[in-house]
Design a protein around this ligand. Structure first.
Ligand SMILES: Cc1cc2nc3c(=O)[nH]c(=O)nc-3n(C[C@H](O)[C@H](O)[C@H](O)COP(=O)(O)O)c2cc1C
Length: 330
């Protein structure tokens, strides 16, 4: 990477990062080699591929794991094999080896839906040397008897349960579909969360209308998907007290610049690592650096939150007007 023109140093989850471009949890960050390549390409930190709660439970419960759940037998066997081959013990080795291999923060990640038995494992993640823990909490609210409050309560109880097990800085990665996002976030912060990742990108369902089977939609994002996290980053960043990371749709240095002026502390990139190879990290960082310098900023900190604080975006009174204009003009 060329010499930088600006100071990109950033604090996230109490950690010092050399820049705000974080390699997001994905297949590439599931191996020490991938983690090393991300760090060599310039990433400010790396979030490891997630371990699933089900893998931990399968390892704890052996043959009975998944019993009493909605999982069919086939899924249960799959999970038990997964726990055996790429389970919680190899994951601790991944943390230890990654920590040794790179000199940027290594953030472990668990994809979970409950605050049950698996949460003991959080203390093992800490002991293995992770710098922080990111929880990917993905609850599917399809039960008719389940209310929005039930879902939020479940999320808060997961955070409380993990918080009891570890003093690690804790981030939670959530999806964008909540009725009252600011309220949920303030509850998560009260429960002990240090940072929020906005947003998780869910499996994109497509349908084969002839075979009547589900098929995966676009596996990777494009910059077109930046709008939703950008809007919520702009709304939330002046209002919340925890760190904020923007995820989904970041592919260029200009995308990072938009996230930063909207108030993001850091951005996370996954699809860009696949689309442009891991070297995309250094291109994105150089573009961000060039943009900051060209726009008169000496550091990323000077630019952070400038749009959100400008008062030009007032969702409470302007958003509806812009919506009406967009639908009535042309
Ligand atoms: C191949 C692939 C694997 C992923 N695996 C994980 C994972 O293990 N845990 C997780 O929290 N997110 C995972 N993600 C989601 C990404 O971390 C990220 O949140 C999402 O792709 C949106 O960011 P992007 O637009 O930069 O891709 C994965 C994404 C991809 C493309």
């Amino acid at each position: 990477m060329r010499d930088l023109l600006t100071d990109l140093r950033t604090e996230y989850l109490g950690l010092s990062l050399r820049n705000p471009v974080v390699a997001s949890s994905c297949g590439i960050t599931g191996s020490v080699n991938g983690v090393r390549q991300c760090a060599e390409a310039g990433a400010g930190a790396v979030v490891l591929q997630s371990l699933f709660e089900e893998q931990i439970v399968a390892d704890l419960g052996g043959a009975t794991a998944g019993a009493g759940t909605a999982f069919p037998d086939e899924a249960r066997v799959y999970l038990q094999n997964l726990a055996h081959n790429r389970g919680p013990r190899p994951y601790l080795t991944l943390i230890e080896d990654s920590r040794r291999a790179v000199d940027v923060p290594v953030i472990a990640s668990v994809n979970c839906t409950s605050g049950d038995a698996w949460t003991d494992y959080a203390s093992k993640i800490e002991a293995a040397g992770a710098d922080a823990l990111e929880l990917n909490i993905a609850l599917m609210p399809i039960g008719e008897g389940e209310t929005a409050q039930d879902i939020e309560e479940a999320m808060v109880s997961i955070v409380r349960a993990v918080r009891r097990q570890t003093g690690l800085p804790l981030a939670v990665k959530i999806g964008p579909y909540f009725t009252a996002l600011p309220h949920l976030i303030s509850r998560l912060v009260d429960a002990g969360v240090d940072g929020l990742v906005l947003f998780n990108r869910f499996y994109q369902l497509d349908v084969d209308p002839v075979a009547l089977t589900p098929v995966p939609g676009n596996r990777y994002s494009t910059s077109d998907e930046l709008h939703l996290p950008l809007r919520w980053m702009s709304i939330l960043s002046p209002r919340v007290s925890c760190d904020l990371s923007l995820s989904t749709g970041v592919h260029t240095g200009i995308d990072v610049a938009k996230a930063i002026v909207a108030g993001a502390g850091v951005v996370q990139i996954a699809s860009a690592l696949y689309a442009g190879k891991i070297q995309a990290v250094s291109t994105i960082i150089c573009e961000l650096d060039g943009w900051l310098s060209a726009n008169g900023y000496a550091s990323v900190g000077e630019a952070r939150g400038r749009f959100a604080a400008s008062g030009r975006y007032r969702p409470e009174d302007l958003e509806r007007l812009q919506y009406i204009k967009a639908l009535t003009q042309g």
